[in-house]
Design a protein around this ligand. Structure first.
Ligand SMILES: Cc1ncc(COP(=O)(O)O)c(C=O)c1O
Length: 399
């Protein structure tokens, strides 16, 4: 007995033999996306490029801050930033977000069928929904496209929801595996949750066509599946916020009940502000109110309430006609320009009017025939950026 006590005492004072408290904790694997940024930062070469993380940068590698956001920041200066928001977030922000996604005055909004809370960007929206799924859609799996944004797996895994993959990308055609997708939708147990990227699928950049969306919606309706739309790029797929939300609106028109996670990280350049919204469309106002109360119940012990500053910025931009128009303009061209590369020969028949061509000459020192024909032979790697910006400036919202 005595020798045992002595032995224990020796172990306690001997640093060499003492196992540290966390010795059994293994190093976590690096995040496949953010781990690249760590390597990039550690590289001292002046030639380095970070093509890993999805964040828009200017020519100096700095985050792009939109002018509409700068102006919104100026207008909200001096507001009471230090106050807590309610658990569910900023009411006006939620209302603007829901309208941006579903469409102003959509019947599901008018009929109060939408339960919604502010979320910690797109990731937080997914996480709160996954927790809600675990509690109130018991036994359901989430079906995730193959491939997808890598964090989707972690999010649903941590919520304790089982996941499976459905076929999405077909390497041979570098396009959508439409048949495979429909087969997997048909084979999944009734009432499964399907995670869909509303637009600008990450990482493939392959989206279903409008006709394919209609077929996917019909196939999911038949099986009673529940769609969760992840929309991290509204406005950045086509340059048009309504067109980018068309997939969601197709599902609504088909009578689906669904959930949606929105992020303002990319489309407003608010990465670090963590601004997003989670909404769930229910059958009735009663159900929506109950669901919303449960979303708040999920959020409260997780993070108590969401941050205020970014939500105020988004609200300012979306509520103000002038700033919203400016945001649309800054988000990108509303036009498709694939005809420039699709057309053959030396010229691109741009579709610009004589007045636009005149404006290019008068304001941007760029000259071409008044039928809008561009001689591609005059475009080179040094002038292509300025040309694109000038064309955008004279055509925005006018073709
Ligand atoms: C498909 C998808 N969902 C969600 C996110 C989440 O982004 P955040 O949490 O910064 O809004 C991203 C970001 O890359 C994404 O690509």
């Amino acid at each position: 007995m005595l020798s045992l006590t002595r032995k224990l005492a020796e172990v306690a004072v001997s640093p060499a033999s003492a196992a540290t408290l966390f010795a059994g904790v293994p190093e976590a694997p690096k995040d496949p996306i953010l781990g690249i940024t760590e390597k990039f930062l550690a590289d001292s070469s002046p030639m380095k490029m970070n093509l890993g993380v999805g964040a828009y940068r200017d020519d100096n590698g700095q985050p792009v801050v939109l002018d509409c956001v700068r102006e919104a920041e100026r207008r909200i200066a001096g507001k009471a930033f230090m106050e807590y928001l309610p658990i569910g977030g900023l009411r006006d922000f939620i209302s603007e977000s829901v309208q941006l996604a579903y469409g102003e005055g959509h019947p599901v909004i008018a009929d109060k069928q939408v339960a919604a809370v502010q979320a910690l960007s797109g990731t937080g929206a997914c996480r709160v929904f996954a927790e809600f799924q675990k509690r109130y859609m018991p036994g359901t799996k989430v079906y995730i496209p193959a491939p997808t944004w890598s964090n989707h797996f972690n999010i649903w895994r941590d919520a304790g929801v089982e996941f499976a993959k459905y076929r999405y990308y077909q390497p041979a055609s570098r396009g959508l595996d439409f048949e495979g997708l429909l087969e997997d939708v048909a084979a999944a147990p009734r009432g499964s949750v399907f995670l869909l990227h509303a637009c600008a699928h990450n990482p493939t950049g392959v989206d279903p066509t409008p006709a394919q969306w209609r077929a996917i919606s019909a196939a999911m309706k038949e099986r009673g599946h529940f769609p969760y739309f992840d929309m991290a790029y509204q406005g950045f797929a086509s340059g048009d916020c309504d067109r980018d939300a068309a997939s969601i609106r197709t599902f609504l028109a088909d009578g689906h009940r669904l959930a949606l996670g929105q992020s303002y990280a990319k489309n407003m350049g608010l990465y670090g502000q963590r601004v997003g919204c989670l909404s769930i469309v229910a059958d009735s106002a009663r159900d929506a109110a109950a669901v919303e109360s449960q979303l708040r119940a999920v959020a409260r012990p997780m993070y108590s309430s969401p941050p205020l500053h970014g939500a105020l910025l988004v609200t300012k931009v979306l509520q103000d006609k002038e700033l919203k128009a400016q945001w649309y303009k800054e988000t990108g061209s509303q036009l498709t320009w694939n005809h420039v590369t699709d057309q053959i020969g030396m010229f691109a028949y741009s579709g610009m009017s004589g007045e636009m061509v005149d404006a290019l000459a008068a304001q941007h020192h760029i000259y071409m025939t008044r039928d809008g024909r561009i001689s591609m032979a005059g475009v080179n790697s040094r002038n292509v950026d300025r040309l694109a910006q000038a064309i955008h400036a004279v055509t925005s919202g006018r073709l």
